[in-house]
Structures are given as structure tokens and as C-alpha cells.
Design a protein around this ligand. Structure first.
Ligand code: BGP
Length: 459
């Protein structure tokens, strides 16, 4: 039997834009996703826009009962900025009632809410002023955070500021997967810097409030592995780590900008515009804990013909196709549970053993209906195996002293995923889009119940 520490958090993660639905009603105004879908529906999976998603806005009370029934003792979701503050200034009373009731029901069911403030859903009213490109976004986010802490601080003990900040930066400003769909390395760095300062503004707001809760950030610092020990491949790995991992990890956990990152940015004319007091604010506002999402490792090699100065990260590192990799053939991502051990030990050894938890881990599967059995249950043994393998590695790291306090899977009910719509399913509960979003438990839900009840599992 593999046993986890006492009071370990067993739960799942999701986000407001991917689950709530009602994205242009009940007082909510558009985020970039809602507006982009109106402008460019062909970019999205046919018929799967952000307006409906899994209808948690109506179904949350029953969902909370479902969470309780499979033994979840914690759940992470986000607040929708444009639901709470439709114009950035005035509070939407319907949003307050919805979130207060949702968080109250979670607490009453023994499912501790971990509430995140930003999950890729930039308000359209702020995007029209430049979004994260504009320094005004820092104060706008600080005000939103302060408002959320005042309204819900009595119900939430753990807050997080951003989910995977690197993702909205690279997807929006380097790879064209998110609005505004531009490729501009310098802008991407500036957007990243303002995101960091917005995070700092939220930490300051929590400290200035009467809330007793803790605050953290959720990062996708996928461990990076180089093709070889050659200096060129090792340098590629180092820069990939700096840009994708340490760029947020160091300031958020240690209060410092990594020296190597400043050098790389300066050498390539990429340094962002900063304000006078920023470094003091960063130093004074480190987080209480980290959430780390892990799906697959990053494998890199030196690029063949890099441009100088660099135009995109591809001028620093190229993807390396490791011949021995094992694949999730249903999603196209590598499966490498060992990386969760490496990540856990890195946090222990290099980041003062700060408390952290696995904030997302899971296995996406396309066309999951193919695994429906005669009783209408999806037999997702592949997902159970995936999670057990990762938990085994996590347990090894905890035994060696890594300060991990929980494990959240992505996700509880199948949810909408940006341009991918409902292609990749991850939930413990299947969502039937043809039948009013009806939920039905998958086999992994039963497995999770036993996992949580036993605080571990049999090898
Ligand atoms: C993470 C995001 C989630 C979710 C998940 C699964 O990076 O935080 O929002 O989308 O990835 O990704 P996908 O649905 O693309 O398989």
C-alpha cells in the first residue's frame, strides 16, 4: 500500500471559462474568448464555442454533491473576471450570489475551494485598451483581486492569482492559439512582465486585506530534458527552463528575477519596460505555496539555424523527438511520470522546499465514447494507470522530503478546452453534450473514491 501524508488534498481542477457556460448572460460581459468566437468561429471546433461549456452555472449544486460522493476533499476553479466586474469597476450582484453559494456549498460538503483569479480569460473591455500589453492592466487586476478577496475572503482559505501564465503569453503572442494571435517576441516578454506585476499586485492586495487565506500561483514548469550533454543542447535546455519555468518561478517563490534570464533578454533586445519600484515589490511579495501542473515533459535540442537577435523561442531551442518516448495515443502527448519526481525534487532542493501541490495532472482522450461499456459507463483504465504511475513517482519524492500537500487531476467533469472544444476528455464524469450536459461517472471516479478514502492505493 502506498500511503500519502495526513490531510493530503485529493481533488480536481477546472476553470470558470471552461465549465460555467452562460458566458454572455446573467450580467457577464465578453472575455477575449467570447469575442474571438464571434469574430472567428472557424478557428474553434465546429459548434463548440465558449458560451455554453459544461453549464456549471446551473448545475453546480449537484456537481458539489458528486464531488463529495467520489471523496474529493478539495476543488480548484476560477472566478470569471468579467462576470464579477462586467465593466471593470462595478460588481455584478448575480455573480456575487452565484460564487458565494457555490463556495459555501463546497465548504459545507467538505470540499475545500482553491480559487484562482485568471485562467486565460482576459476581459474584452481591457483587451480593447491593449490587454496585458498595457501597464494599466496591472492595477486593473489588483482591483479585481481586492474585490474578490473582500467579497469571498470568508469562504476561501487558498487563493491563486494565475493559471499557467506562460501559456496565455506564448499562445497569444508567439504561437497564434489565443487572441490576439500575433507573433512578436518583444511584446510577449512585455505581456509576461505585466502579468508578473499583476500577480504581485494581487499578492499585495491579499496582504492589505483582512483575509486570513494564503496565496499562490499555478505554474506549468514542465521539466526540460536535453537531447545530449553537448554544450549546445545543454544551453538550449537552460534557456527553455529560464523562459518557461524560472521566469515566473523565481520571482514568485524567491522574489528575484533570474540573472541568466536578464542576460538572454538583454542580448536579444527583449528587455521589458519596468517601473522604478518593481523589483522591491517583487521581492516583498513571494507566495505562500505553489500549484504545479504537469502533463508531459519538454524535450529540447539546440536549434539548427537560429536567428540573432532571436525572433521566437525556436531560435533558442528546438523540440527533440526522443525515440524512446511512450505516447498517450489518444491525445498525442508524451507520458513520462518520472518528470513529476524530478519536478518535486527540484522544488525541494532549489526553492527552499516551499509547500506545493500538483494542481493539474491528467490524461486527455479523444472520442472517449469508444470506451463505453454495456451499462453506459466509460471504462477508462488507461486514465487510472496514468494517474497511479504519476502518484507512485510523487510518493517517492514525498518520501525523500518534498513538501507536497495534494494532488489535483484535470478534471472533474469533462470540459471545454479553448480551440479544442470538447475533443479531449479528462473528467471523472462524462458530460453528454446531446443530453443537456448530463453527467455520468466513469470508472476512474470509483477508483478516485477508493484512493481518497484510503489516502493511497495498492501497488
Ligand atoms: C492545461 C490548462 C487547462 C486545460 C488542460 C488540458 O494546460 O490549464 O485549461 O486545457 O491544459 O489541455 P487540453 O484540453 O488542450 O488537452
Amino acid at each position: 500500500m502506498i500511503n500519502f501524508p495526513k490531510n493530503f488534498l485529493w481533488g480536481a481542477a477546472a476553470s470558470a471559462p471552461q465549465t460555467e457556460g452562460h458566458s454572455l448572460s446573467n450580467g457577464k460581459t465578453a472575455s477575449t474568448w467570447d469575442e474571438w468566437y464571434v469574430q472567428n468561429p472557424e478557428k474553434f471546433q465546429p459548434g463548440q464555442g465558449p458560451a455554453t461549456t459544461s453549464n456549471v452555472y446551473e448545475l453546480y449544486a449537484d456537481d458539489v454533491k458528486r464531488m463529495q460522493s467520489i471523496g474529493m476533499n478539495s476543488y480548484r476553479t476560477s472566478i470569471s473576471w468579467t462576470r464579477l466586474l462586467p465593466d471593470g469597476k462595478n460588481v455584478n450582484p448575480e455573480a456575487v450570489s452565484f460564487y458565494r453559494d457555490y463556495f459555501t456549498k463546497l465548504n459545507e460538503a467538505g470540499v475545500t475551494p482553491i480559487i484562482n483569479l485568471f485562467h486565460f480569460d482576459m476581459p474584452w473591455w481591457l483587451m480593447e485598451k491593449g490587454g496585458w500589453e498595457n501597464r494599466e492592466s496591472v492595477d486593473a487586476f489588483g482591483f479585481y483581486a481586492k474585490t474578490a478577496f473582500e467579497l469571498f475572503g470568508d469562504l476561501v482559505q487558498r487563493w491563486t492569482t494565475f493559471n499557467e501564465p506562460v501559456v496565455h503569453i506564448e499562445c497569444g503572442y508567439l504561437y497564434g492559439y489565443h487572441y490576439p494571435d500575433v507573433v512578436d517576441f518583444k511584446k510577449a516578454i512585455q505581456v509576461g512582465y505585466h502579468t508578473l506585476m499583476a500577480h504581485v499586485a494581487a499578492v499585495e492586495a491579499l496582504k492589505a486585506s483582512n483575509c486570513e487565506g494564503q496565496i499562490g500561483i499555478i505554474l506549468n514548469i514542465s521539466p526540460t530534458y536535453a537531447r545530449s550533454e553537448s554544450p549546445e543542447d545543454q544551453r538550449a535546455k537552460e534557456i527553455a527552463d529560464l523562459l518557461n519555468g524560472k521566469s515566473f518561478l523565481d520571482p514568485c517563490a524567491l522574489g528575484t528575477i533570474p540573472v541568466g534570464l536578464k542576460e538572454v533578454l538583454a542580448d536579444n533586445d527583449l528587455l521589458p519596460i519596468t517601473a522604478e519600484n518593481d523589483s522591491v515589490r517583487i521581492a516583498n511579495n513571494t507566495v505562500d505555496f505553489l500549484g504545479l501542473n504537469y502533463y508531459q515533459p519538454r524535450r529540447v535540442q539546440a536549434p539548427e539555424n537560429p536567428q540573432t537577435p532571436a525572433l521566437t523561442p525556436a531560435d533558442f531551442y528546438a523540440p527533440y523527438d526522443w525515440p524512446e518516448k511512450k505516447m498517450n495515443i489518444y491525445r498525442g502527448w508524451e507520458i513520462y511520470p518520472e518528470a513529476i519526481y524530478d519536478m518535486a525534487m527540484m522544488i525541494k532542493d532549489e526553492y527552499g522546499n516551499i509547500p506545493w501541490y500538483v494542481a493539474e495532472n491528467g490524461m486527455g482522450v479523444a472520442n472517449e465514447e469508444r470506451f463505453l461499456n454495456e451499462d453506459g459507463m466509460i471504462e477508462d483504465d488507461y486514465r487510472i494507470e496514468f494517474m497511479q504511475d504519476h502518484l507512485q513517482q510523487l510518493h517517492n519524492a514525498i518520501e525523500k522530503g518534498s513538501n507536497c500537500f495534494g494532488y489535483h487531476t484535470w478534471t472533474f467533469v469533462d470540459c471545454w478546452s479553448w480551440l479544442n472544444g470538447y475533443t479531449n476528455r479528462y473528467g471523472f464524469y462524462r458530460v453528454d453534450l446531446d443530453n443537456n450536459y448530463a453527467r455520468s461517472m466513469k470508472k476512474s471516479g470509483l477508483w478516485f473514491k477508493a484512493l481518497s478514502e484510503n489516502n493511497g492505493f495498492n501497488k
